[in-house]
Design a protein around this ligand. Structure first.
Ligand code: FE2
Length: 298
């Protein structure tokens, strides 16, 4: 399928900014390859860290020429849009606070659709079973009633008043706590988690998942960290904590079939804990997102 046909088929995904790579590990001048929405791209950063991204192969328009892609740097990542962006990249104000530790904890390829990954990130019910001893622990399996709202004007979902017992909520945790969570979905393939900071009761750690939609059933998940942590000496220990968690989620996600997310909420049995998931699917349906989803039967 030609790029122009795909952009007609998937207008929302095409006209939205997506992360294609973290900048942390890139070597200036070294050309890297990836896919975005099924289209092969190459990219490079220069000595000043400025990225250049272009389409390659038969999908390139004009044919066989370097077709440059609209690019921005934000939060330590390269963002691209293949079509005409309908809005800018969402704001995360905590990124401008000087005492935050900011890093890409990891970027991992997962054989699933972009919305399945976001939905998993929003789901607290799996903590005691998948992240036993870290983000949850039996018998503390109950998901306490929480609020979820879709703000149509802002185009964002907010889930508030989320509480969950966590034996080790963060690298800086020394004991189990009832962790307070706020989830935000400001983008169909990105979710932001605000979590009570073990170091400062007044502020929240910010952990985001930015999903690169390689194609409809393959993603790269980037875990973006923006936290308060003065006790963990090395970044690698913060990374290792997050790598352990995502490493536990990867096989679960890869075993979920179908890989594309059904937008019909009746397609998979909903339970109360799935309130965010129901709202997320409804939001994808309302904005008309097709990429990586199975539309509702009419
Ligand atoms: Fe998980």
């Amino acid at each position: 399928m030609l790029s122009s046909q795909k952009s007609e088929m998937y207008p929302i995904a095409y006209n939205t900014w997506h992360v294609i790579s973290a900048t942390d590990d890139l070597v200036p001048g070294k050309v890297e390859q990836t896919y975005l929405l099924g289209e092969p791209l190459q990219f490079v950063i220069d000595d000043t860290g400025k990225p250049t991204v272009w389409r390659v192969g038969p999908q390139a328009e004009p044919k066989n020429a370097r077709a440059y892609v609209n690019t921005q740097l934000r939060y330590g990542y390269i963002w691209c849009v293949l079509g005409e962006p309908t809005k800018g990249i969402f704001e995360i104000p905590e990124y401008s606070e000087p005492d935050r530790r900011i890093m890409n904890a990891l970027s991992v390829g997962i054989n699933t659709s972009p919305p399945r990954a976001v939905e998993n990130f929003l789901d607290m019910a799996h903590f005691p079973f998948v992240h036993d001893g870290i983000l949850g622990e039996e018998p503390h399996t109950e998901v306490v009633e929480y609020q979820v709202d879709y703000n149509e004007e802002a185009g964002e979902i907010w889930a508030t008043d989320c509480k969950f017992y966590q034996p080790k909520a963060a690298m800086a945790s020394t004991e189990g706590v009832m962790a307070d969570y706020i989830y935000r979905v400001p983008h169909p393939f990105c979710a932001v988690l605000y979590k009570s900071s073990p170091e400062d009761l007044e502020r929240m750690d910010v952990i985001s998942v930015f999903v690169t939609p390689l194609d409809e059933e393959h993603i790269k998940a980037h875990l973006a960290i923006c936290i308060l942590d003065t006790t963990t000496e090395f970044d690698k220990d913060i990374r290792l904590f997050q790598q352990t968690i995502l490493g536990q989620d990867k096989p679960i996600l890869e075993n979920q079939m179908p890989r594309k997310l059904p937008l019909d909420v009746r397609a998979e049995t909903p339970i109360r804990a799935d309130k965010s998931s129901i709202i997320y699917r409804r939001y994808l349906r309302d904005i008309g997102l097709r990429f990586g989803t199975i539309p509702e039967a009419t």
